[in-house]
Ligand binder design. Structure first.
Ligand code: HEC
Ligand code: HEC
Length: 414
């Protein structure tokens, strides 16, 4: 950009010199715009400089936009050497700024025709528009158009909205499209306040986030058929009224996060075929329902927010003790099972269970004290109870000695 502006200044300086030495234009045979100029522009320029996302923001296809340029006049009638277009089409081939930006430079004859046409006053018959190729691909963004003419009702609606504390303004300088934001005074905004937006044909962006609105407010929004973005997050919307939005066929963005909408109510949105982004985190909507809605609207992306992953079940370690130390103490020791066994009073099942307890204790690490001492003490318990399980009475004495509460606690109980 900078370098182009500098160039423009250089051209101006040059042109001034030309004027000073008196080399201004003289009359020649008239160039016919329709027959000689229009075809050049249509063949080599409007592909990139049409009304839809024009390159360099320069739309050449109408008379007005052609002369206006994007950041200054593109053509100065009568003065080809001061005209920016001429500067760009006469740059050496390969220059990064040369126009057309693609393909061969214009021929010498074409350049001369354009210069002569400008010199003769750049006559462009009224009502003639240049043709531009309709590109396949995404449809033109309607927001690139100037919008509908603003009506008196709409003007009044804007000041009414402002009186209620809403931010209400044009989307951009040279457009009639409107943006209204009620979120700033959200706590004071009720359903009835929203009625002011009804006449706003040009309303494309409405923010009701964090207001007190309920499903009843949707009736005021239902007729805003140009609405592209709607914020309803953190409101009392339950979803019952979402079907009322079915006429908002331009809606691309809908935010319902932190509302009461659920799986059933969001399916009413399936009619909104242009919806691209739907925010549903902190709602009752499930993944399954979101997937279903995404399948119904091609190109839709639903944001369900961040969800904690379900904690992974710990891998089962086959060697991990079956019971905690405390469990073993409570059930086997304090509960008297070990004592019963050491007195020869435990039945088979009880002996089997006791073996599980002491085996588990053996697998635990000592919470305190020397590991060797712990191993010796728990080995004794396991050996004793194993004997008992085999019906060996020697196990009773061994167990009685091994289950010395005091000795083990002193060494190993924290
Ligand atoms: C292949 C696409 C392409 C074609 C074809 C093309 N242009 Fe451009 N034109 C561009 C791009 C891209 C820019 C913006 C360059 C930038 O901003 O750095 C541009 C910028 C311009 C600008 C400057 C707008 C500004 O103020 O920044 C003018 C004037 C212009 N082109 C004229 C023409 C003319 C006249 C033709 C046909 C002879 C033409 N262009 C053909 C891509 C094209
Ligand atoms: C082989 C060593 C050992 C023997 C024998 C032992 N204990 Fe323990 N006991 C411990 C350890 C180690 C702790 C601490 C457990 C912990 O911190 O996880 C403990 C803790 C306890 C607790 C507290 C449990 C809890 O709920 O936190 C009780 C009660 C208990 N023992 C009772 C007994 C009784 C009664 C006996 C004797 C019949 C006994 N223990 C024999 C090692 C032993």
């Amino acid at each position: 950009m900078l370098c182009r502006r500098t160039r423009r200044l250089q051209t101006l300086a040059l042109a001034v010199t030309f004027i000073m030495v008196g080399l201004t234009g003289h009359s020649e045979a008239a160039v016919d715009f329709n027959k000689q100029i229009k075809p050049i522009f249509e063949a080599r320029c409007t592909e990139c400089h049409g009304p839809v996302k024009p390159k360099g923001k320069y739309d050449m296809h109408t008379k007005a936009s052609f002369f206006k340029g994007s950041d200054g006049e593109a053509v100065i009638k009568g003065k080809p050497d001061e005209s920016y277009i001429v500067e760009l089409i006469t740059l050496p081939a390969g220059d990064p700024d040369i126009m057309p930006a693609k393909g061969d430079p214009l021929t010498k004859e074409q350049i001369e025709l354009i210069k002569t046409w400008i010199k003769e006053g750049a006559n462009w018959p009224d009502g003639v528009d240049l043709k531009f190729p309709k590109k396949a691909g995404p449809p033109p963004d309607p927001l690139n158009t100037p919008g509908k003419p603003i009506t008196d009702a709409e003007k009044k609606a804007v000041s009414d909205a402002q009186a209620k504390g809403a931010l209400a303004m044009r989307l951009a300088q040279n457009t009639n499209w409107l943006r209204v934001d009620f979120s700033l005074h959200g706590k004071e905004i009720k359903d009835s306040d929203i009625a002011v937006v009804k006449p706003m044909t040009n309303l494309v962006d409405l923010d009701l986030g964090g207001t007190q609105v309920t499903d009843a407010a949707l009736a005021h929004v239902a007729g805003l058929t140009n609405l592209h973005r709607l914020h309803l997050e953190r409101t009392k919307i339950t979803g019952k009224g979402l079907g009322q939005l079915k006429n908002l066929q331009e809606l691309r963005y809908l935010n319902l996060y932190g509302t009461q909408v659920d799986d059933k109510s969001i399916m009413a949105l399936a009619e909104l075929k242009k919806l691209k982004r739907l925010y549903l985190w902190q709602t009752k909507v499930t993944d399954a329902a979101a997937k279903k809605l995404e399948a119904a609207i091609p190109g839709l992306y639903i944001n369900l927010g961040w969800k904690a992953e379900a904690p992974k079940p710990k891998p089962v370690d086959p060697n991990a003790p079956k019971f905690t130390r405390a469990e073993i103490m409570q059930k086997a020791m304090k509960g008297g099972l070990a004592k019963k066994a050491s007195e020869g009073k435990a039945n088979k099942d009880e002996l089997k269970l006791l073996l599980e307890y002491v085996t588990a204790l053996q697998k635990h690490k000592a919470p305190k004290g020397d590991a060797g001492s712990w191993k010796a003490k728990t080995d004794v318990l396991v050996a004793a109870v194993t004997l008992l399980n085999k019906g060996d009475k020697k196990g009773e004495k061994a167990l009685a000695l091994g289950m010395d509460c005091k000795a083990c606690h002193q060494a190993h109980k924290p």
